[in-house]
Design a protein around this ligand. Sequence first.
Ligand code: G6P
Length: 607
Amino acid sequence: MCGIVGIVSEKRDVAESLLEGLKRLEYRGYDSAGIATLIDGKLAMRRATGKLKALSDKLESDPLRGHVGIGHTRWATHGRPSEDNAHPHSSEKVALVHNGIIENYRDLRHALEAKGHVFRSETDTESIAHLITDFLNMGMTPQEATAAALPCLDGAFALAVLFQDHNNLLIGARRGSPLAIGYGEGEMYLGSDALALAPMTNRITYLEEGDWVEITAESAIIHDKHGDIAIRAIHETGLSALEIGKGTYRHYMLKEIFEQPVVIGDALETMTFGDYQIALPDLPFDWKNIRRLSIVACGTAYYAGMTARYWFEQLAGLPTDFDVASEYRYRGALVDPSDVMIVISQSGETADSLAALRYAKERGQKIVSVVNVQHSTIARESDAIVPSLCGPEISVASTKAFTSQLIVLLCMALQAGEKRGFLSTDKATEIVDALRGLPSKMNDVLRDDNRLQEVAQNIATTKAIFYLGRGLMYPLALEGALKLKEISYIHAEGYPAGELKHGPLALVDEHMPVVVLAPYDSLFEKTSSNVQEIVARGGRIHLFTDKVGHANIGAGITWSLVLPAIHEAIAPILYAAPLQLLAYYTALAKGTDVDHPRNLAKSVTVE
Ligand code: G6P
């Protein structure tokens, strides 16, 4: 979270390109934004609270010149969103932008204040600016001062630092938060990700843990954590300037929802062949030898992992644990080196998922990651990657990343089932066949969204809502509730349908909408009984089912949506689409900022 960008150019003013880079990073946070440049060697800055538009308006009325500069879009951690707390933070000699958390900032601040440094914000970041300045005051060069300051910092950071009187220098550093170098013609860049730099270059180097770099308009010199010069590979990203447009859609979220049939179709094309065979990258273990699988992830990716647990157990006979990544290491997970961990992450940068990965890796486990961003930290630290490749996902609420993760995980479970001799060829063929029909069924569901738009008007007036499912529909109930709460701010809870009577049923009355996910599957009768228990207590059932389910559910349903019949094993992938639309249209009806929900950020690179 927080996006940072930096440019050093031989001959052009950089503020406009910094702003364009920040637009592409706004998904990482939007509490405030700011830019600093050097004008004739002197630091100059513009900062504004709120979304980038406020900064852009400020720059329009009060432009910034300068061939070297840094920019930041903030997701607040220390200090409320305000102009004083907005980055860049500066002293009289440096300005810097930071992504991460400096854990020992109080100690640093006290020590630096005692030496006469005057702080102007409540942030942890400002202490870095004064710390570097302190070393500069001792007569060090910018490079020496940075090298001296970095070991004094505890916590996570990606930094870009600008030095008064040094028109051809930017220093970047990374520990725990991502930072990339971009190579241009007569200019060089720093950015939190390759997407931010895509309009300017597709030649990218990802810094490794502990690296810092001095960049000029002509070159980059990378130092590793020991201070030695390091050579890091340059990658061609394949990202283009165009890839983040909204097209004709009103919001990124809607565009990304509608991209799903194509994304799924492409993934299946890559991952399946013949009647039922699965083609995955080589994995550094043999499925036959694994006794236990563990899956970790956060947010929506966690619910993809929870779904995958059913698949690995039911289709591959492989006992599977799953953990929310932020708890994994704190519960003191017992790690068997002969087992395997799957980390699921769209961004590949989520701090808790990365920490869980490192915890398991240190204890000898092999790590496979299911990531969308190919050169992300999680991807690079894994023993193998199975890419989910859904293209850039910009909306904070994850949609196509979720369904593409499900496709990958199901294919992995099918492969595991086959290799372990657990899954019959008939069953594998049946599922792969059903998967191939999925894109067109999902397309039909997406194109026929009038009833979802209508019902969203009612849902928008409610204060609380339940989402219920059983079996594979239970993780999806959690994901459906998450989608609604994060963008519409309605309190939504997902529950296993059978668990409602153990407490939450007390909340149900005639005002409470209850979304029930009940395709006509092997658990339908059970779910249907739970539905009747809710109807008997006046609850307003909103049913997502198929034709047969609709005919068999019984009386008392308030609203229902009939979806195409689909194989039980892949139903959650299809049913995800109308739940995403329901959340989207409810948020629209409430007038919230769909792509930038309050308090959230897409990439959470702090613990
Ligand atoms: C944030 C996002 C979610 C996402 C989660 C995990 O909370 O808002 O949409 O599911 O992080 O992100 P990852 O990139 O690891 O999948």
